[in-house]
Design a protein around this ligand. Structure first.
Ligand code: ATP
Ligand code: MG
Length: 423
């Protein structure tokens, strides 16, 4: 029969990679607890209208990347392409903005119908933070120092922080006019996407990844020069906080981000080791979004990090992170097999941190030992007729040149306890 394949761009995450994912998730949870952020879990599917309103109709995501379908009632639903819109909907709907301040985090799969390539998938995963109710730049700084700590804890070096301010909505509108003028004067050089955006969303042209456009984009007027006084002060203060915290940044006037909802601060963390898909984390301030989704005006700032790209960096640093068992239990004969099952449970009772694999499906001692070795275990535990008669277990070190020894069954847990915390 013809085999069935996974959907293109939607990957299985196999056991050789899951340890890296687990490290990432654990470090993330500890980080969030350390900064006082609470987890929120949101549906993977929302009404299409939510994303159209939140992300902006003239964005890559809404124009061409959403997985949108009619459900059986004819409602238009969409697999979430990002986490912010759903989070904003949830905090409004659940009355959470009655609290003056909310610090929230989420994690999970996102879906975008993009061209799959290295670092770009159709189902991918993000962790993200949304902080509501704080207008001053100290919370912007908190999010950035938090991400810097995330990289340190993961042992990731060589990530650079790019920073920009998009200013107020009014400042952006004035800037928009200037951009339209500039790009209209070079209309023939624009690609099809950019020509279309010229009058719908010209800022997005600055975001283009088309190499042929980069010189033209480099010559465009800069938003930084058109910032309103308040945004300028906000940005200067943020930079001062980052200087004080020792977080290095590059101000990148071309950084406009792909989503419509940002104002003031925008930032990206970029790796030089991932090729074209180098951005591992992106975020910014979105003071207007809560109101746009139907809530009361509430300042907000957030970011999301792409886990596939972070895992790729972790894998490059350490290709295999698989965690081998401490011990592998081998038995010979029916009696020993039954006793082995009981012994294994007793050991797990005594040592919750013990990683013990029990050989199943019998096999000769030789083939069981082979499996034990292949598992990467440090010890093979052997239970045969002789050991049963002696009330002992033979412990055979598999990773060192020391002799096999017989350990009384009652002492085995203590014996292992002394050794497992070292691995
Ligand atoms: P890009 O410019 O790479 O398309 P984006 O601006 O569309 O990114 P955001 O919506 O800001 O990305 O998402 C935040 C992060 O999520 C990105 O920096 C990236 O690490 C990750 N990400 C976004 N889209 C994908 C994808 N299709 N596959 C894997 N990771 C992704
Ligand atoms: Mg994108």
């Amino acid at each position: 029969m013809k085999s069935i394949q996974a959907i293109r761009g939607m990957n299985d995450i196999l056991p050789d990679a899951t340890p890296h994912w687990q490290v990432l998730e654990q470090v993330w949870r500890e980080l969030m607890a350390g900064y006082g952020y609470q987890e929120i879990r949101l549906p993977v599917v929302e009404y299409t209208e939510l994303f159209a309103r939140a992300i902006g109709a003239v964005t890559d995501i809404v124009e061409k990347e959403m997985y949108t379908f009619a459900d059986r009632n004819g409602d238009s639903l969409t697999l979430r392409p990002e986490g912010t819109a759903g989070c904003v909907r949830a905090v409004i709907e659940n009355g959470m903005l009655r609290q003056p301040v909310q610090r929230l985090w989420y994690a999970g799969p996102m879906f975008r119908h993009e061209r799959p390539q290295k670092g770009r998938y159709r189902q991918f995963h993000q962790v993200g933070v949304e902080a509501f109710g704080m207008a001053a730049p100290d919370i912007d700084a908190e999010l950035i120092v938090m991400t810097a700590r995330f990289w340190r804890r993961l042992g990731l070096k060589n990530l650079t922080l790019q920073l920009n301010s998009l200013g107020s909505l009014a400042a952006r509108a004035a800037y928009r006019e200037q951009l339209v003028q500039y790009f209209s004067a070079h209309h023939a050089q624009l690609d099809e996407d950019s020509q279309r955006r010229l009058h719908t969303n010209p800022l997005r042209i600055l975001d283009s990844k088309n190499p042929a456009l980069q010189t033209l984009i480099a010559g465009a007027p800069q938003l930084t020069e058109h910032l309103d006084a308040e945004s300028r002060a906000h940005f200067a203060q943020l930079c001062a906080y980052l200087d004080a915290a020792g977080v290095a940044y590059q101000i990148n006037p071309r950084l406009v981000r792909g989503l419509d909802y940002y104002n003031k601060t925008v930032f990206e963390w970029v790796s030089g080791e991932l090729g074209a898909q180098g951005t591992v984390c992106a975020g910014g301030r979105y003071d207007g979004l809560v109101e746009q989704i139907g809530g009361k005006p509430t300042p907000a700032v957030g970011f999301a990090a792409g886990l596939e790209r972070l895992v790729a960096l972790l894998q490059a640093a350490q290709p295999s992170a698989q965690i081998p068992p401490h011990a592998y239990l081998i038995t010979a004969g029916d009696d020993a097999q039954r006793a082995g099952l009981v012994l294994a449970e007793t050991l797990r009772d005594a040592l919750p941190a013990l990683r013990l694999t029990v050989n199943c499906d019998a096999g000769s001692i030789k083939s069981q030992l082979k499996r034990a070795d292949k598992s990467g275990a440090r010890y093979a535990l052997l239970l045969g007729e002789q050991e049963l008669a002696q009330g002992a277990v033979s412990v055979k070190p598999l990773r060192e040149e020391t002799e096999q020894i017989a350990v009384p069954r009652a002492e085995l847990a203590a014996f292992l306890a002394q050794r497992i915390d070292k691995v």
